[in-house]
Design a protein around this ligand. Structure first.
Ligand SMILES: [Zn+2]
Ligand SMILES: [Zn+2]
Length: 70
């Protein structure tokens, strides 16, 4: 096995991957993570839900902050 390919997923891929697992606030879906209040709508259960975007995790939020500051 050759593990020479070190491709780090870009943020959009992370968001897309998480969006496939749970409801995503439209703001986060458009990359406006600061505008997202952390809520979303679960279309499957037709109930309010938490936004599944990884930006709401503390470590990821810090990563975004660093990225935006750069
Ligand atoms: Zn987000
Ligand atoms: Zn969100």
């Amino acid at each position: 096995m050759s593990a020479s390919t070190s491709s780090t997923p870009i943020w959009d891929d992370v968001v897309a991957e998480r969006a496939a697992r749970g409801p995503l606030n439209p703001d986060c879906a458009q990359g406006k993570h600061k505008a997202c209040a952390g809520d979303a709508w679960d279309l499957e259960t037709d109930e309010p839900a938490r936004c599944a975007c990884p930006c709401h995790a503390d470590d990821q939020a810090a990563a975004i902050a660093e990225e935006e500051a750069a």
